[in-house]
Design a protein around this ligand. Sequence first.
Ligand code: GLN
Length: 285
Amino acid sequence: MTLREACREGAVRLRKAGVPEAELDAWYLLEWASGVSRSHYLAYPEEKLGEEQERRFSEGLAKREKRIPLQYITGEQEFMGLSFLVNDQVLIPRQDTEILVEEALKYLKPGMRVLDLCTGSGCILLSLLHFCPEAEGTGADLSRGALETAGRNCERLGIQAELVQGDLFENIEGTFDLIVSNPPYIRRAEIQELMEEVRCREPYMALDGHEDGLYFYRRIAEEAPRYLKPGGLLCLEIGFDQAESVSGLLRDRGFDEIETVRDLAGLDRVVRGRRGPGETEEKEN
Ligand code: GLN
């Protein structure tokens, strides 16, 4: 089978299985299975696939036909220009989340301590540490499978970070200059409306924001002041319709300078706030 034939046949198979963007996914799977670049493909479409490449391509297609996300098949996703390992233990990093990282990077300086709650693949924390290598970072997650993946991403990217298993702040010690999080925030009743790849294949616990979607924001807003240095920044990714509720939660907990940041589509994407000087709870150092 030639490269061109493989690409065509792959697209047909995926389209039949109802995969959105079948042509594109067929190409990505071919690239992954054959190691052939796009420019090579365009120059030599009649080149033959090797037996092993053909087998790998067909296996990839079979998985994608079952609506396993492309990134779980190829095992990676780019985020902030870095390549992260992903698997079914972690949410696939979303481009929208780069807004949160960019916002946090405006604040993060060498020597600062940053905490990432619900770190998943580690994409947020490790991007921050890649672009601000002299900061110190901790990532927390309830899921051991997620932390193991985050650990492998540390090695892959050559970044040192502390990874802590626990329920939000459960096993976190000390105080931080910056706390970031992209917690699960989908309303429970809305999970069933998501596309099959997300609803059936990504970790349910990475999606589920409980009844009103705000469960984790409530808990983070309540506990964060104890773990933030005075004037420290809390930066949260939110769903497009959650800015008002999440800002309100921060206001209730005494945060100052609360602001909403929009994404490239003009949708509310991040809420940030600074720990007010009035908060003088324990745990300061
Ligand atoms: N922090 C990770 C990410 O943004 C995981 C988020 C989650 O599991 N909800 O991709």
